[in-house]
Write a protein that binds this ligand. Structure first.
Ligand code: FES
Ligand code: FES
Length: 176
């Protein structure tokens, strides 16, 4: 093995993937971005790549729970990281959508959908850390996610609705 080669492990949506960084056949070039690996090697095309230059938030995934731009992240720097893409949000047992996804559907919040995976994951990280955000806090969390279609208000409504439903579910669980 050449010195320039390095083995890395990524956990994507709970499943481990091992890659070798290098220039050989089947290896990942050190310059490959995470969005390329996710979309083109793992075929998880729910992650969008609207600008590919760090300006729109459309490629957002969660890396160790934090919203991160996968077009501006090198796969070679993700060794040992837990990565969540939009495909990883459904309940693994019941296959129900995440409450944020369900709220967006219920409120008809989505238009073309290009921004939706990134917005959904950014919102998930917000609600994981702050289960009862204000509308202003939702707007601030989504400041880096550009949507050209909706004017954002229905997304804000959907995130607040999901937060309310998730709090109700948590409270019901406590009462059982
Ligand atoms: S595609 Fe990554 S920020 Fe736009
Ligand atoms: S729904 Fe079209 S960019 Fe947001």
């Amino acid at each position: 093995m050449m010195d320039s080669q390095k083995k890395i492990k990524l956990k994507v949506n709970g499943r481990e993937h091992c890659f070798t960084i290098g220039d050989g056949c089947g290896e990942i070039p050190a310059s490959e971005t995470l969005v390329e690996t996710i979309r083109e090697r793992l075929l998880l095309t729910g992650t969008k790549r609207p600008c590919n230059e760090g300006g729109c938030g459309g490629c957002t995934v969660l890396i160790d729970g934090k919203p991160s731009l996968s077009c501006s992240t090198l796969t070679s720097e993700c060794d040992g990281k837990q990565i969540t893409t939009i495909e990883g949000l459904e309940d693994p047992v019941t296959h129900e959508l995440h409450p944020i996804q369900q709220a967006f559907i219920d409120l008809d919040a989505i238009q073309c959908g290009m921004c939706t995976p990134g917005i959904t994951l950014t919102a998930k990280a917000l609600l994981d850390n702050n289960p009862d955000p204000t509308r202003q806090e939702v707007a601030e969390a989504l400041a880096g996610n550009i949507c050209r279609c909706t004017g954002y208000e229905k997304y804000f409504d959907g995130i607040l609705l999901a937060a309310k439903r998730m709090r109700e579910t948590a409270n019901n669980g406590k009462g059982e």
